[in-house]
Design a binder for this molecule. Structure first.
Ligand code: RTP
Ligand code: MG
Length: 138
């Protein structure tokens, strides 16, 4: 069990002005920010990040959405980071997300669901390496 995960605040949430509130909730839940950047992905970059989903029916929509506006990408540290962060963000579909979770509070739909959280320790490392060089993290 690793102590790091990777997150993105997605374009729906940055566009609605929720970035500060979401970062606040993440920090208040005990996660330390070990790297962070504000960037806009090209469709090609978003497609590469989500390559694992390329056979899924929503892939095209997902790539278009994730390249539609700025995102915040970050590496987070906490004990049991991957599982605890997924609990903090709630179910993929905000309609099914628990009360108080980030997706319940800030997400509009299953497609535009405010935040990403890595689903395994292995993917947390892969995803963090996609966005950050060794110089940009500690
Ligand atoms: P994420 O990777 O963003 O943290 O979300 P997740 O693990 O909860 O969900 P995942 O199955 O990995 O799906 C990745 C993202 O694809 C979009 N999606 N759209 N239209 C749909 O039915 C659908 N299903 C998934 C969501 O933005 C989801 O977060
Ligand atoms: Mg996922």
């Amino acid at each position: 069990m690793s102590n790091r995960t990777f997150t993105m605040i997605k374009p729906d949430a940055t566009g609605k002005g929720y970035t500060g509130a979401i970062l606040d909730q993440i920090i208040n839940a005990g996660f330390a920010i070990k790297a962070m950047k504000w960037i806009k992905l090209s469709a090609e970059q978003a497609g590469k990040f989500y390559e694992i989903h390329k056979e899924r029916p929503f892939y095209g929509e997902l790539v278009e959405f994730m390249s539609s506006g700025p995102i915040v990408a970050a590496i987070l540290e906490k004990e049991n980071a991957v599982a605890d962060f997924r609990t903090l963000i709630g179910a993929t579909n905000p309609a099914n997300a628990a009360e108080g979770t980030i997706r319940k509070k800030y997400a509009a739909s299953v497609g535009e669901n405010a935040v990403h959280g890595s689903d395994s320790d292995e993917n947390a490392v892969i995803e963090g390496n996609f966005f950050f060089s060794g110089l940009e993290r500690f």
